[in-house]
Design a protein around this ligand. Structure first.
Ligand code: DGL
Length: 274
């Protein structure tokens, strides 16, 4: 296998990172993917930096055992807590979702008032704010942790569900009063309730999906590094492989509901051994 033909490694705390996989499939369809979802240790959102760094290091070692040519941290919380260290420890390209999201938010805002929603960890890390202020110090960033969104999405209480609408209204009330014109969906699960968030925030607010922006940044990175795969899929080739740290069945069911292809091959692996 040539360097270009090697897969991209993508990881997340669980199923949410499949929103990033979906964007990679749509926007760079010739790339093969190895995905790892840490379903046994999810959620990462309320855990410490130290713990997330330890988990992320194990996952990176696992992905490297699968000979990936680059790694995408699909999880916002792990991107916020582990990307900096990991990028100094490995010799293949690694990107997270925070920087791409921050960059697009800066380009989108007209009134220099940007909101960010995410897990407790992502918001308290302050990393979205840091990246945005590096690009434009004039921008005010207002963060809000919305921890109930993830279980609602995983319960499949999505579009138009009255409970999800009520929770969204309650969480976003504060942000609506802040006159923001751009809102970053800073958590893997939030694009799956995008229409509810859009409805609550109203027409004047542009929603930024870091999953999409990350796939675009990955495409550019692969081209720049001469790592883009130009070989079309061969008959019978399996371009996407999925690994989890807990039950593969519930993962596959969720994956089938959001990915354009069926997941029959999710495999459970003992991540603590890496
Ligand atoms: N994947 C996580 C993130 O994007 C959300 C779920 C969790 O808390 O682990 O931050």
């Amino acid at each position: 296998m040539t360097e270009r033909e090697k897969p991209i490694g993508v990881f997340d705390s669980g199923v949410g990172g499949l929103t990033v996989v979906r964007e990679i499939m749509r926007n760079i369809p010739k790339e093969r993917i190895v995905y790892f979802g840490d379903t046994a240790r999810v959620p990462y959102g309320g855990k410490s930096k130290e713990t997330i760094l330890r988990y992320s290091r194990q996952i990176v070692r696992f992905l490297q055992s699968k000979e990936v040519k680059a790694i995408v941290i699909a999880c916002n919380t792990a991107s916020a807590f582990a990307l900096e260290e990991l990028s100094q420890e490995i010799d293949i390209p690694i990107i997270g979702v925070v920087k791409p999201g921050a960059k697009v938010a800066c380009a989108s805002t007209k009134n220099n008032r940007v909101g960010v929603i995410g897990t407790q960890g992502t918001i308290s890390s302050g990393l979205y704010t840091e990246f945005i202020r590096e690009i434009n110090p004039q921008i005010q960033v207002i963060g809000k942790a919305c921890p109930l969104f993830c279980p609602l999405v995983e319960e499949n209480w999505r579009k138009d569900d009255p409970i999800t609408v009520a929770v969204t209204e309650r969480y976003l009330k504060e942000l609506k009063e802040q006159d923001i014109d751009t809102l970053i969906l800073g958590c893997t699960h939030y694009p799956l309730i995008r229409s509810t968030i859009a409805q609550v925030m109203g027409e004047g607010v542009t929603l930024v999906n870091p999953a999409y922006e990350t796939a675009c940044q990955l495409r550019t990175l692969l081209q720049d590094e001469h790592l883009a795969n130009n070989r079309a899929l061969e008959e019978g080739e399996e371009p996407y492989r999925f690994f989890v740290s807990d039950s593969a069945e519930s993962f596959s069911a969720f994956a089938d509901s959001i990915l354009p292809c069926d997941i029959e091959n999710a495999q459970k692996i003992p991540i603590e051994e890496y």
